[in-house]
Design a protein around this ligand. Structure first.
Ligand code: VGL
Ligand code: ZN
Length: 224
């Protein structure tokens, strides 16, 4: 049985100082770097918007970030312009160890008319990103998720993973929330738990994998 670590939207714009900063978002980076050493398949998703994207408040005259609009009957939170394709804000932060990432899935949010929180499908479930196919072809049955944000893209990805039949773990200390409303992150974790996601901490993951690690050269100090 194979498993994969999926790094969700760890991108400059979601870090403090970025366009859509997640409070303490940079603190997921050391957790990602540490856990990546314990997986032989590490994947990453990226939010990847065209400038004219529907989720940008700037594209809705008279609206501001945080406003909610309805598009084709779907609730859409409006955000600051963020993660625009091929801009520095969409890139991985320099502190993230990308050396172990096999594949990056960047079609998320690329359709200007539809937002996409899940790493698997857009919010209208019209387009797949290729992540599911990739996991199936690789024989993956279990996924571990961490990244940004606990209240948007992490739960959307985790809930889709469960509904697609993957055993799904979310590494709580490897995630941070936007918390537009206080408690959003906490409630998202509850929602994930109720749906069958196993919410764990990175130390537990490492302890459970220490026996069959590492694929890297740090055999002598597996807790590093
Ligand atoms: C995200 C808001 C807008 C996320 C992406 O990655 O959680 N949140 N776009
Ligand atoms: Zn976005």
């Amino acid at each position: 049985m194979r498993d994969a670590l999926i790094l969700v939207d760890i991108q400059n714009d979601f870090l403090p100082g970025g366009a859509l900063p997640v409070p303490d978002g940079d603190q997921v980076i050391p957790v990602a770097n540490r856990l990546a050493k314990y997986f032989d398949l590490v994947l990453a998703t990226q939010d990847w918007h065209p400038p004219e994207h529907v989720s940008f408040a700037a594209n809705h005259p008279g609206r501001k970030p945080g406003d909610v609009v309805y598009i084709d009957g779907q609730e859409q939170v409006l955000w600051p312009v963020h993660c625009v394709q091929d801009t520095p804000g969409a890139q991985f932060p320099p502190a993230l160890d990308t050396s172990r990432i096999t594949q990056v899935f960047r079609s998320k949010g690329a359709d200007p008319a539809v937002d996409s929180y899940s790493g698997f499908f857009d919010n209208a479930r019209k387009h797949a990103t290729g992540l599911e196919d990739f996991l199936r072809k690789a024989g993956v049955q279990t996924v571990y998720l961490l990244g940004l944000a606990t209240d948007y893209c992490v739960p959307a990805t985790a809930l889709d993973a469960v509904s697609l039949g993957f055993q799904t773990f979310v590494v709580e200390d490897g995630c941070r929330a936007v918390d537009l409303k206080p408690g959003d992150g906490r409630r998202a974790l509850e929602r994930m738990r109720s749906a069958g996601v196993q919410v764990v901490r990175s130390d537990q993951v490492i302890a459970s994998r220490a026996a069959r690690t590492p694929k890297t050269s740090n055999k002598a100090s597996p807790t590093r």
